[in-house]
Design a binder for this molecule. Sequence first.
Ligand SMILES: Nc1ncnc2c1ncn2[C@@H]1O[C@H](COP(=O)(O)OP(=O)(O)OP(=O)(O)O)[C@@H](O)[C@H]1O
Length: 675
Amino acid sequence: MRLLKRPRPVDAPVSDSERQLFGGPLRYDAGWANHEYAVLENRLLTTLRAMPTMVGGTVRLAWETDRRALLTVAATEAGQGVASAVGLLVVNAALAALLADGGAADRVHRALPALVLGALVAVAGAVCASWSTAAAGRLEPKVERAATERYLRAAVGVELEAVEDGEFRRLLDSAQWGPPSARRTIGACVATLNGLVSLVAVAGVLTVLHPVLLPMLALIAAPRGWGAMRVAQRRYLSVMSWVEHVRAARMLGQLLISRTSAAEVRVHGVGRYLLGHYRKMAEHAETEATRLARDKAGTELLAAALSGAAALVTYGALGALIVSGRMELAVAGTAVIAVRTGSAGLGALVATTNTLHEESLYVRDLERFVAEAGRRAIPRGGLPLPERLGTVRLNDVRFRYPDRDAPALDGVSLTIGAGQVVALVGENGSGKSTLVKLLAGLHLPDSGSLTWDGVEVAEADREAVFDRVALLTQDFERWPVTARTNIAMGRPDDDGPERAVDRAAAVVAAARYSGADRVVAQLPNGYETLLARMFRGASELSGGQWQKFGLARTRYRDARVVVVDEPTSALDPEAEIAAFDSIRRLAGPQRAVVLVTHRMSAVRHADVIYVLHEGRLVEQGGHEELVARGGRYAAMFRMQAEQYAAPAPAARPKGAAGAVVPRQGAAPGKGDGVT
Ligand SMILES: Nc1ncnc2c1ncn2[C@@H]1O[C@H](COP(=O)(O)OP(=O)(O)OP(=O)(O)O)[C@@H](O)[C@H]1O
């Protein structure tokens, strides 16, 4: 029974590629999988008992999206069941008439009404079947759409912290199979219902014919049922435990064909490298597929052998009943047909129940995800914020990312007032972007307080906080939509037809503000040009041109607090000066600007400069004041200023002709050619 050993996909060996590229196995950890085993290793009956709950969610969705179609499916499936029961009784009547005493013509004549009824019943069954197919076909896409909407709504509603949490992302990943499974669940439900109704009909007929026939039918089908369930459970476990591995291999494939990586893929030879790893990872996954196939083959063989033995016993019993005179020939004939129909029906029922079970496991993941997303959702409602902006205040704020030991922000207190341009500076990793995320309401402080006009952000209506912030980060989104919509995405809710004219004017004004209007002038269809290379006829922009669009979007958003994080890294010097100038001009009586940048020249005009170091606020003040203080800010400013100062003419080494390129790692003054 080696083939039927309990599988442990999580114990599979780790491939070199996983180690080299991802630092270890990309399998979900055994703790979770073992918990699943605890549920899945339960007996068949437990699974069957859990089925109504598992399927219930999908049926509820179907009820909500199109109850008429759902009721039609149920009614027509029941109709088919009745038709098949009547059909069997008609067969019995026809056989009884045909096997009775008398002449052949007489017997056929007596069987005729039953045969005509049989034909009518068959037609009714076929009409029901096609009606059911049409209704189910209408229902399925609606259910998938409703499930997808549930999934996406739950996903966009969670806190940023959840999005960055690996465990939550795992749930997010596995739940994506829920919506297509919900669609297939409808089909499987229909087939299961069909099988169940026909089976009840056959069972009823068999019980009427002889009480021993029913248990025999069950005996034939039980092993196949067990086998199918076992195969489904193992496949599900395997899929779940390999989901990250599959995603990583898919990601390698995407990197190979992506446009952004195309240059490095070619010039650095990354293509060959990743292709090799893709192959190794795919081969590794194939070993799991082989193991599953072997396990499936073993299970099915055993189930078929047991089922065959049960069939042998059944037909033997039928023979004994006929020989002993306890069953008439006509009844035995109908019984054979009924047992054959019944066991074929049971086989199909087992297969569809199995599909239903497997699909509902994925739907259950979706349910689990939606529940978890609900727990981690951004709270709705809360205290309102005043319409006019006064001050945003941080007092002794501390924040630590869940997977880090050291806090990203520690004891930070600062104020941002309306009309101010506030600059955040500090070395890489000092906490600037984290501070920005807290300001925007994307993260909440672990301790200390962050208030918007006196309202604690944790208690405020978060929608209102978001509404007051415009965010332009370094990796702002380059939406694959038209130039116009790319700018209007700054406030996409503002989309009513009555606002169309104002909106068009606002888009043009925002583009003029950032210099994006000059980019638009060169586009083949102006504002209607699609900015996504992946579509035919679309245009692509340079990094700097995109930044102008990002700036225009921020302007269009027209928010109370404008946060710009390294907004000009790709701009040419002239455009950069203009951009910083425009950004500074955004500040007004009702608007504050928070500028995060390493360009010290852009910072000097800020009203207040906050200097962060290892998550702590170490200096604050105006440019002149901070330079005079001679601290960290002054050092950073001096360092950048020196870059632009004319270098002192270096003494040319004796005997060196022309420019000398020092050897890498050589100490100054010990360049090549020095004697
Ligand atoms: N999502 C995250 N999860 C865990 N740690 C994070 C996350 N984002 C940032 N950090 C860590 O928090 C600290 C502060 O990072 P942050 O991005 O705020 O710095 P920064 O000052 O904006 O840096 P840079 O100038 O490089 O943009 C760093 O140690 C960083 O590694």
